[in-house]
Design a protein around this ligand. Structure first.
Ligand SMILES: *Cc1c(COP(=O)(O)O)cnc(C)c1O
Length: 360
């Protein structure tokens, strides 16, 4: 068996130990005589799987008791609608648009009320995070929305905006569990898990209890109401059982790695290897503004489309997979999530050095 170094932005690399353990339990989950895929979501073993997963996530992130954890479906994109449908009580919300994902969320929110773009980095192809120190927050805003790590452009907020008391809503899809967070700084944190946590099909929403109510946008479907899922403890209908089981295994893996402090340390080191090389390279350059660089997604270019294509093709032959950049930035993008080993980044940097020498 030959595993590649998978730099995909998502679905993305998962810890090998987790995959191996899941494989060993595929036919018979802990003496149940069946796979988790074949098991009732109302069964005892599954109740234990989802409860343990939630508790481990709470431990990892230090989630306070007044926050609920919801395991949902529909991807992060469904949250673009669910957030305004459930939280826009005054019909006003402020959005910081720092990339494609926050732009999509902002556009979707306009279907439900007055969604205002209060800062934008569109002018330089989203290569930076807008200044959020002196935002003009709308007095009647129900919440302030950010996408904390813009997966495509490789930018991250190093400082959260001052929301002047309004709940902060953050899409953390591509930085979920990459470093410690202070959950109390947010009203709602959410992400699709297929970037840094698990397989596609699960969306995790962490929401402060007082933001959950039955005062929702008229006609909101039952399945798109936070109170539905909070009241039923994520078991209103069949949840994405197997995905939740795998997320639970990743949570255990993260705990065994030393938790989020330790992950941050490793993630910063990995990213530094790549950025240090990029900063002195005569061929490659990073596309995100230095101060705003993500430690999860690293876009870079040669400035020559043909050379970029050659790089991607040759990298693939060297076992460096899915390194092609998103079309809106071009070039390459290395997504170096929690499960990407340091050796993977070292292999990438070594390959880049060789490529630079060969194409000087
Ligand atoms: C991938 C991604 C999304 C979209 O996720 P889906 O689960 O495909 O809907 C939203 N936000 C961010 C930051 C992402 O990286």
């Amino acid at each position: 068996m030959a595993r590649v170094y998978n730099f995909s932005a998502g679905p993305a690399v998962l810890p090998e130990e987790v995959l191996a353990e899941a494989a060993s339990e595929m036919l018979d989950y802990q003496g149940s005589g069946m796979s988790v895929m074949e098991m009732s979501h109302r069964s005892k073993p599954f109740a234990s799987i989802i409860e343990t997963a939630e508790q481990d996530l709470r431990d990892l992130m230090g989630i306070p008791d007044n926050y609920r954890v919801l395991f949902l479906q529909g991807g992060a994109s469904t949250q673009f609608a669910m957030i305004p449908m459930n939280l826009m009580r005054n019909k006003v919300a402020d959005y910081v648009v720092s990339g494609s994902w926050s732009k999509k969320a902002w556009k979707e929110a306009k279907l439900y009320g007055d969604a205002r773009c209060i800062a934008n980095s569109d002018d330089e192809n989203f290569s930076y995070v807008p200044d959020v120190k002196k935002l003009e927050i709308s007095e009647d805003a129900d919440y302030v929305y950010i996408c904390q790590n813009e997966t495509i452009y490789g930018t991250v907020y190093h400082e959260l905006p001052d929301t002047q008391g309004k709940p902060l809503v953050a899409d953390v899809s591509s930085c979920f569990l990459s470093e410690p967070v202070n959950v109390s700084d947010y009203g709602l944190i959410y992400g699709g898990v297929q970037k840094n946590v698990g397989p596609a099909g699960v969306t995790i929403v962490i929401i402060r209890e007082d933001l959950i109510s039955d005062d929702v946008f008229p006609g909101t479907p039952t399945m798109l109401r936070y109170d539905t899922h909070a009241d039923a403890k994520s078991l209103y209908n069949t949840p994405p059982c197997y995905g939740i089981y795998l997320c639970g295994k990743v949570f255990k893996w993260l705990k065994a790695q030393g938790g989020l402090e330790a992950m941050k340390e490793r993630n910063v080191e990995k990213a530094q290897l790549l950025y240090d090389y990029l900063d002195q390279s005569a061929l490659f350059s990073g596309t995100a503004r230095k101060e705003d660089r993500s430690i999860m997604n690293v876009p870079f270019v040669t400035g020559n489309d043909e050379l970029d294509a050659k790089f991607v093709a040759e990298a693939k032959k060297a076992g460096i997979e899915s390194i092609k950049g998103h079309r809106s930035v071009g070039g390459m993008r290395a997504s170096i999530y929690n499960a990407m080993p340091r050796e993977g980044v070292e292999a990438l940097v070594a390959f880049m050095k060789q490529f630079e020498a060969d194409n000087a």
